[in-house]
Design a protein around this ligand. Structure first.
Ligand code: ADP
Length: 601
């Protein structure tokens, strides 16, 4: 978890660094191209300004040359100064020159438009150059005029050839500057020592680029306190362009692209300072836009990644939960299957035990009945024997009719015995067939045949009126016989040895889709009606000699009713036992009725 957080933080930081680098790159490219444009424009502006200055100064330079050829000037140099002062004054006025001087070879002033000064020009570089026959050019802050001046010194040649003097035209730099002061961009012209002499920003004048430049010997005219450094720092790019940081200037940009153009004609260098603030602003803007786009894109990407990560996390959690749940379910399933297996096995055991019990019950019933049965079979046997003996003697006497009647009775008795034995056999058989439609009437007939003998011997009256129509129920015939037989036998057991009337009433009633079979006796009733269906609940004495002593039915196991309960339930029916309000016990068996037509097969 912590690792994932670290990775994310590192990824975000790396992204931010990349965005910063990209934005810086974009900004830099924008800045460079803006500087290119600025440079182009500045170059032409600087060229234009330089042109203006040189052509302006050119006028004075030509004036110096022309004046040197003037006859009055030549005469002045030769010693005749008549009219020269007037000429010089007029010319200076007309041309806007500050002064025009005529100087001898020795450097002494012979004439001047502003009056002759005592200044000696001999040592000055412009003068020596003029004496060499060339045009001397010089600039200085002239103490005589108290301002910046530009000097052009033209040699005056004698007719024979050598230089005999010079004409010096003094130009007022302020007047030249006045025309383009304040124009854009900032342009200034520096001398060979880097001191600004002419500029369209007055604050730039006398400024030196660097501090060291203030120690100047050749131009003592500069007042040292005027010379100040103005450029603090410059950055030069690959293409040699320098961006200066300018300090303390109100009308000069703080950061400016520096351009220069050498002007050998006036022995100066034209320089321009172009404000780079717009270019920087543009670069910043470009960098900002690039950064914003990248950040927006990055944020979207980050959000999408976060979303995906959250989804994946949730998914993983869900899968984990599902796996755990599946494992739990599988375990529960296996346990259930195991339980079901156990239950099935138990059920099978139960079924087996039940069927064993049924069989045991049946055999026990048979055991209880055997005395009655033997009596039942014995009687017809005895009758058959006497009928046979009688038939024999009748035959001896030739009375065949009566002998025939006797034989007919023997046949009837034999049929009756056969029926009894058949009933007993089918009762003893272990029945496991599926449920079928059974007519309760035939069940009753079989039960009555099996109990008739005992009823007769015990003096019990069994009341049963067979219905006209079949009473069909769902069940197993022999099992139903067992249930009813048990109820009738229990009733007879209860009334055994009773003084008052011993009677068993059996009736069957069809109520809607159900058939109710009721067995009621006139005995003492149930001692504990709630317990009669409990297995092994019995109130009867166990007597091993019961059969020998002809006490049929007194040998209780306490299983009869519990087995009957299970059997009736397996038919989907119900068995109840209670005491009748008029005395005695009444048992009710309720079973599903089947329509006689359905039961045809
Ligand atoms: P058993 O007949 O072997 O005792 P049963 O399950 O058939 O076992 O009967 C359980 C008990 O229910 C009997 O011992 C008896 O006390 C009581 N019982 C059943 N039928 C009657 C009845 N008709 N009258 C009185 N008691 C009865």
């Amino acid at each position: 978890m912590l690792n994932a957080l670290h990775t994310r933080i590192i990824a975000v930081m790396a992204f931010l660094v990349a965005v910063a680098a990209l934005s810086a790159g974009v900004g830099w490219v924008g800045y460079m191209s803006a500087l290119d444009q600025l440079e182009q424009r500045g170059q032409s502006d600087l060229a234009l300004a330089s042109d203006r200055l040189t052509s302006e100064l050119h006028r004075y330079r030509e004036l110096a040359v022309l004046m040197a050829d003037h006859p009055i000037v030549a005469a002045t140099v030769d010693g005749d100064a008549t009219g020269v002062a007037e000429l010089l004054r007029q010319t200076a006025d007309k041309t806007g020159s500050l002064d025009i001087l005529v100087v001898s070879v020795a450097g002494r002033e012979l004439a001047s438009a502003s009056g002759i000064g005592a200044e000696l020009h001999r040592q000055q570089p412009y003068f020596t150059r003029a004496m060499d026959g060339a045009l001397g050019v010089f600039h200085l802050v002239h103490s005589r005029y108290g301002q910046r001046t530009f000097l052009f010194a033209s040699p005056v040649f004698s007719d024979a050839g050598p230089v005999i003097g010079a004409v010096i035209v003094v130009v007022d730099v302020d007047a030249v500057e006045a025309v383009w002061r304040g124009a854009r961009p900032t342009v200034f012209f520096t001398d060979e020592l880097g001191v600004t002499f002419i500029s369209n920003r007055s604050e730039m004048v006398f400024m030196a680029r660097e501090v060291g430049m203030t120690t100047r010997s050749a131009t003592a005219e500069y007042a040292p306190d005027l010379l100040r450094p103005f450029m603090t720092h410059s950055v030069v790019d690959r293409r040699g362009r320098a961006v200066w940081t300018v300090q303390g200037q109100r009308y000069v940009p703080r950061a400016a692209l520096h351009l220069s153009l050498p002007l050998p004609v006036i022995q100066m260098t034209g320089e321009a300072l172009l404000d780079v603030a717009p270019a920087q602003l543009l670069a910043l803007l470009l960098a900002g836009v690039a950064a914003a786009i990248c950040l927006a894109f990055g944020a979207m990407l980050f959000l999408a990644t976060e979303r995906r990560r959250t989804l994946a996390d949730a998914n993983a959690k869900l899968e984990g939960a599902v796996q755990t749940r599946t494992a739990e379910l599988s375990r529960a399933n296996a346990e259930l299957r195991h339980e079901v297996g156990e239950r099935t096995a138990t059920e099978a055991q139960l079924k087996k035990a039940q069927s064993d019990l049924v069989q045991a019950g049946k055999l026990s019933a048979l055991g209880q009945m055997s005395a009655g049965i033997s009596h039942e079979l014995n009687q017809p046997l005895m009758a058959i024997r006497s009928y046979a003996e009688n038939a024999e003697s009748y035959l001896e006497r030739g009375n065949t009719d009566i002998a025939g009647q006797n034989l007919g009775r023997i046949a009837d008795l034999a049929r009756r015995m056969g029926r009894i034995i058949r009933n007993l056999r089918s009762f003893a058989k272990q029945e496991s067939e599926a449920l079928t439609d059974v007519d309760l009437r035939s069940v009753m007939v079989a039960v009555l045949e099996m109990t008739q003998a005992r009823a007769k011997s015990s003096g019990v009256d069994i009341a049963w009126t067979a219905a006209e129509t079949p009473l069909i129920v769902r069940g197993g015939e022999v099992r139903l016989q067992q249930v009813v037989l048990n109820l009738v036998t229990n009733a007879m057991d209860a009334m055994e040895g009773q003084k008052n009337v011993a009677r068993v009433e059996i009736d069957v009633e069809k109520i809607d889709d159900r058939v109710e079979l009721r067995v009621r006796d006139t005995g003492p009733g149930l001692d504990e009606p709630d317990r009669i269906f409990d297995p092994f609940y019995t109130t009867k004495q166990v007597n091993q000699n019961a059969i020998d002593q002809d006490e049929v039915g007194q040998n209780g196991m306490g299983l009869g009713l519990s087995i009957s309960y299970g059997l009736v339930q397996s038919f989907g029916g119900m068995i109840r036992g209670r005491n009748h309000p008029d005395g005695g016990a009444i048992f009710t068996v309720t079973l599903d009725a089947t329509h006689p037509r359905e039961a045809a097969p």
